[in-house]
Design a protein around this ligand. Structure first.
Ligand code: R5P
Length: 287
């Protein structure tokens, strides 16, 4: 097996190759003068099983993924596995207002043309792990919540786990089992793409180390509101873990409102990406 890393997942791809004990493929990924994506695979792949690891935050990364997967096929790879740790466009998974594009479905429809298998990590429109279908397209979803919970397990004295909305309750339940703590969820109403209203939960957080786990942080609106509420209810500390650190408005505004902020390396955020999903991806690919 040969593992190639896309430009968004250079470190993660290398770690996946190491975890599987596979070769790391070489490729040149560049830009034409007009900014279009240029790709050349340098490692021979004819008859080889190949993996391409690439998160698709931003349109360029998506184009790179599509070009790379099709190229591996053209070069005669025997099997092609797409690993898309963070799948972009996944949040527009419903038509919220008449006339809107169902972007998650469209992106998936294009994407699934190229690889033999498609693997994601806590894909927004899937609420559990395993091999699942979305609009008739099959993909394997990995759950990294227990891994993040493991990171916090011995770091919090009196942990209590809080999901910011009902959607991540299933994941939160598993994470709470790892820590061995109680869990609850808040009530979230999205007012706009930047603003949310967060309402109270049943469980008391007074004097406890609240841990908010979410699949992703984008603008930070959800986490900032949730952290404010938990602090006003007397939490001793507010700690935040997410799988995908999108941080579209930067990290500082989120870090300043919480005691700890950690994400995985589905998107490389330097030292904030303290939890690596490489082992989980390797395990899933070995199956
Ligand atoms: C929503 O359902 C997700 O789980 C996240 O809570 C959401 O995407 C976070 O977005 P933001 O950081 O912009 O509030």
């Amino acid at each position: 097996m040969i593992v190639f890393s896309g430009s968004s997942c250079q470190n993660l791809g290398r770690k996946v190759a190491e975890s599987i004990g596979a070769r790391l493929g070489e490729a040149k990924i560049d830009r034409f003068p007009d900014d279009e994506v240029y790709i050349r695979v340098l490692t021979p792949v004819k008859g080889e099983e190949c993996v391409f690891v690439q998160s698709t935050l931003g349109n360029d990364n998506l184009v790179e993924l599509l070009l790379f997967l099709d190229l591996l096929r053209d070069l005669g790879a025997s099997r092609v596995h797409a690993v898309v740790p963070y799948l972009g466009y996944a949040r527009q998974d419903k038509i919220f207002n008449e006339g809107e594009a169902l972007s998650a479905k469209t992106v998936l429809k294009i994407l699934h043309e190229f690889p033999d298998t498609l693997t994601t990590v806590n894909c927004h429109f899937l609420d559990k792990e395993g091999t699942l279908e979305f609009h008739g397209i099959e993909l394997t979803n990995i759950d990294a919540f227990p891994l993040i919970a493991g990171y916090f397990k011995d770091r919090l004295k009196k942990p209590v786990l809080i999901a910011p909305d009902k959607g991540s309750l299933h994941y939160a339940r598993h994470a709470a089992e790892v820590i061995g703590c109680e869990f609850d969820h808040m009530q979230k109403t999205r007012l706009s793409s930047e603003e949310v209203k967060i309402e109270t939960k049943k469980l008391s957080v007074k004097g406890k180390d609240a841990l908010i786990l979410d699949d992703m942080i984008s603008t930070g609106g959800t986490i900032i509101e949730a952290a404010k509420l938990l602090k006003s209810q007397g939490a001793a500390s507010v700690n935040v873990g997410c799988v995908h650190g999108v941080f579209s408005h930067g990290i500082d505004r989120i870090k300043s409102g919480v005691d700890t902020l950690v994400c995985t390396d589905t998107l490389d955020r330097g030292e904030i990406s303290a939890v690596s999903v490489a082992g989980l991806i390797a395990k899933s690919l070995k199956r």
